[in-house]
Design a binder for this molecule. Sequence first.
Ligand code: 4AD
Ligand code: MG
Length: 431
Amino acid sequence: METIRIEDAKQHVGEQVRLGAWLRNKRGSNKMQFLQLRDGTAFFQGVVSKAEVGDAIFAKVKALHQESSMYLIGTIRQDDRSPFGYEMDVADVTVVGESEGYPITPKEHGTDFLMDHRHLYLRHLQPFAVLRIRNTLITATYEFFNQEGFIKLDAPFLTSSAPEGTTELFHTEYFDTDAYLSQTGQLYAEAGAMAFGRVFTFGPAFRAEKSKTRRHLAEFWMIEPEMAWMHQEESLALQERYIAYLIQAVLDCNEYELDLLGRDKELLAKYTHLPYPRISYDDAITLLQENGFDLEWGVDFGSPEETFLANHFEKPVFIVNFPKAIKAFYMKRHPNRDDVVISADLLAPEGYGEIIGGSERETDYAYLEDRIKEMGLDLDEYQWYLDLRKYGSVPHAGFGLGLERMVTWVTGEEHIREAIPFPRTMNRLRP
Ligand code: 4AD
Ligand code: MG
């Protein structure tokens, strides 16, 4: 007899199969029990009839608690009334692990309670759907960049530099010196681009963000492609192709999960239509001012501004050429203006904010050295980075996609903490 997983049930209609599953919930009578089962691939129902299984097994099933684990043997049947479309008529049950007093009951629980029990809550419907979509985004990222001729290059997580600013650093001891948890793999990706042409890093980024917003994590995962011999325009085209590819992958692979979450698939499909609009920071400021926002040229956008801009275009939108003063030191200066840099943020619609930040990179040794000093960074820590401009400097560009921001948007979740298995925020280090 074949052992199957629930997602494969449709290939076994009419067959007797074996299955390992957990019990989510059950209801029924003294003659029939309806078991809500899950095995990590899908949710479906097992029907146990006393007449079929006999008194002993039926009594055992009736006594089972939520999250008990078991082997079931039974016949798969198509059932159009069930949301999954298939059910199992159970012939035998072997209990593997009992489960008494499982804390997450079918009643409503508050967010703090669920996050305190995240190690168990992962088993439930919403994290199941969200994190399987996250997995698709990761897999599709590797596929996309492989197809585009990139190699994955792993950047270190322990570093001595603070390229994205010194205010949000996690400090740690490193033998007898100081170290920081990496804010970005970018500088290492730039070294990689000079060696391999096109690389991407993918790893955790650490920011001691003292903000409790629904968009910020202290530990998040970032995908950072870096391309030698590439200017910003080509990088923007690559970015939008990448986002469209990711969304299409989720539409192709996760219809079940999107339906569980009630996410609008037609709306998502619209985001695969390219190109995305591009608007300069200058024009964005004017547009915001005309629409009643009280702000001056030079400020960074907060979440109300980002939400307005992306909703205005009903699509992801690139905001290009930000003021130099509010961006990182490595961004390339504008050829005709000293006050802006060749940068772009991609804002997601529906209030999800910045999902990508990127730029063309400054290539001039002396200018970059000045910028590092102006930013108050320790020049010694960036000598190796400056070497990249000393030995065969070439035009290059790159960007960083925040994986959890992307997951939150695609799944339509309210809060970024849902988009990662074990979120790290200002007030959460456990579990
Ligand atoms: O805009 P950021 O800070 O850019 C960089 O780190 C560059 N080194 C990227 C590059 O050019 N290689 O971060 C990039 C993206 C943001 O657009 C956002 O999606 C995400 O990372 N991000 C965060 N996600 C969750 N929590 C936080 N605290 C985040 N900070 C940035
Ligand atoms: Mg940014």
